[in-house]
Design a protein around this ligand. Sequence first.
Ligand SMILES: Nc1ncnc2c1ncn2[C@@H]1O[C@H](COP(=O)(O)OP(=O)(O)OP(=O)(O)O)[C@@H](O)[C@H]1O
Length: 826
Amino acid sequence: MMTHTPISVDQNSETDVQNIPEIPDALPVLPLINTVVVPMAMVPIMVGQERSVKLVDEVMRTNRLVALVAQRHPEARPAGPDDIYRLGTAAIIHRLLRLPDGTLQLVIQGLERIRILDFLQTEPFLVARVERSPEQVTAGTELEALRRTLGELFGKLVPLTEDIPNELAAAGENISDPRLFAYLVTAMTPMETSVRQEILELDAVDNKLQRLIEIVQQELAVRELQQQIASDAQEKISKTQREYILREQLKSIQRELGEEDAEQAEIQELRNQLEVAQLPEEARKEAFRELSRLERLPAISPEYGMIRTYLDWMVSLPWNATTGEAINLGYARQVLDEDHYDLEKIKDRILEYLAVKKLKSERATVLEEQSSAQESSTEEIPASQKPPELVLEEIRREPILCFVGPPGVGKTSLGQSIARAMGRKFVRISLGGVSDEAEIRGHRRTYIGALPGRLIQALRRAETADPVFMLDEVDKLGRSFQGDPAAALLEVLDPAQNHTFVDTYLGVPFDLSRVLFICTANTVETIPSPLLDRMETLSLSGYTELEKLHIARRYLLPKQLRANGLKPEELTITDAALQRIIREYTREAGVRSLEREIGTVVRKVARQIAEGKVAATAVEAEQIPDYLRRPRFLDEVVERIDRPGIATGLAWTPAGGDVLFVEATMMSGRAEQLVLTGMLGDVMRESAQAALSYVRSNAEKLGIDPKAFVGKVVHVHVPAGATPKDGPSAGVTMMTAIASVASGRLVRNDVAMTGEITLRGKVLPVGGIREKVLAAYRAGIKTVILPQRNEPDLEDVPEEVRHQLQFVPVSAAEEVLETALTPASS
Ligand SMILES: Nc1ncnc2c1ncn2[C@@H]1O[C@H](COP(=O)(O)OP(=O)(O)OP(=O)(O)O)[C@@H](O)[C@H]1O
């Protein structure tokens, strides 16, 4: 066995060329494993195989000359003629050292290229007939140029390669013989055995140089890169080491100052929390970046507190927590029915919405799988078919439900039921009066006391990322110089954008696409229109007395009993008693005050029971004032209309309908004029003027003394003077009040009216009939005068109310007065 590492190429060989012994025609062949010895190289070789030892012993007795030939098949033992190359180097053994284990250590010098012609013997070792194979040297400038180029490159390689002695760096300049230099580089540069053999076999020296230039260049590039990588790594290590040392120093200073423990513990605690909180990648990076800043800050610096709060937020947000279950429509129906009386249309729409959501989420799951399968396959999607991502986006797009209606009609509680039906948490925020975009989107972290926006705050409260999220009072959103909150909301509600909603405070995206948003409003009119476009509004318009009775009996009373710890048998309230509460203690479209009043009764009874005064109570209608003191709304209309000049109108308000009184009076004045008070808007003022003009110009026809207005100031006032009022629908009421005061005829106290009036006395249609009629009914009105063209709207009025009221559709002002004014004689 032979191995060697080159030690040098005899640099003085140029002078020794003449000393090369005569090469005989036959030489013993020593096969080399993974080694090529080039002419003029001085190399140590270990010889272990028995036949090789015999060979060496033999030649040492004669001329010490051998043929060194590399093995073509390094694994062959012993190597036969077919296992070795044909070209090798004749060499002379300079020194021999016999080691105790029988192996030999030789120092051999390559002499000249030889070619094996044929083998004379294979046993006990190979002997071949050989001939010299001198290299071709074509003297010229090109050869010199090649030699110098290689010299420069090799000079650069030497310092980068540990195996090459440094003194060889200048070899390119010192060795002018191109052949000798080529073999030096071949021997010293790291390369594959086969490549080294290839270079040995190249006959022309310039070819050898060319090939070596390539190899050295390549090696140089690899070494330089290696060095670059190593030095980068070193730099990194020394930077972290530096930071580590500094941090340790900082800690010891802090320890000296006595502030170490709590702070370190706090940071460690935060780190632990961050490790377990499943933050998305981007958020995680940001959090850890801030944490390492925190570590370097003294606890007393204001920035420390800021970062601390920030990290608390990051840790406590529900990045991935969800509770939502698959939607079960049967269960959803049951929940909605359990929590709400009637509201059939709304419930149907909610169930449709949930059904669509269920189907969509199932389809989306299939598509998501498809689209990820598509990514990994190379199959083309047919052009006619939309790619799954686009279909997915379409599927995710769904309208936002918006419940519109007066207070207390169950908007919030519907939202709560939806959450319960879907197994999700419920949160709400009120947008009333929000005029600063930062309230939605959060403040920049640099402000002292900065916080995330209300959305993120609510999500932290919800502790899940998929709650039912109610945005209350979208109709009362403000707008100011601090940006447009509606625009921020649009982004929040848009499924194409909201999965990467970036709260300014957090600075990293939070996925809102799992949240189910529902809005509520009292009126659609003031909802910013881009928002309204994205919504589907469902209106809840208020309940009739009978509906309220049902709601009270089935829902509000049991709820209040539970809330106050009473058993159903401990308190019964008769229908008449409930009715009395509804009529005399509440005046509202919804049932909020009703619930409150029932709550009061229940609490008083609970107290009696707790004090042991009674065991169970049945509350009758007559006892209601004992529990709730004096009735609040007792025949207000009858009380108010006590003289001519007062008429009852009907108004639509965001809180449902209401009755409104118009008072008119006349007095002598210096000039005839119309005075209007009660915070009336322009439209309402103009319609008062039209009403007066109509009455004046038709005085005779209306049975009014034509001189009644001469020299008189007419004053029209609409009480609840602090509440702004506007719109044309009080036209007929103002006309009636003016006609009443001018004619001295009382307005009937069981009549209420609505309608716009023209100068010619035509009555035009108005809006909000259902709410107005319900309000009239609540106020104890018996007859409602309304524009003829509004008659079809009466269909919306619940039947039980319609049956109890008389409706007088009118198209002209005289008809109004005919019904509204009491006969002249009274
Ligand atoms: N149809 C109904 N059936 C049973 N309970 C009802 C119904 N409508 C309302 N309620 C009850 O009335 C109370 C007030 O309703 P809720 O708070 O939902 O009103 P809201 O419309 O959201 O009012 P706001 O606009 O002021 O927030 C709740 O206790 C609710 O359960």
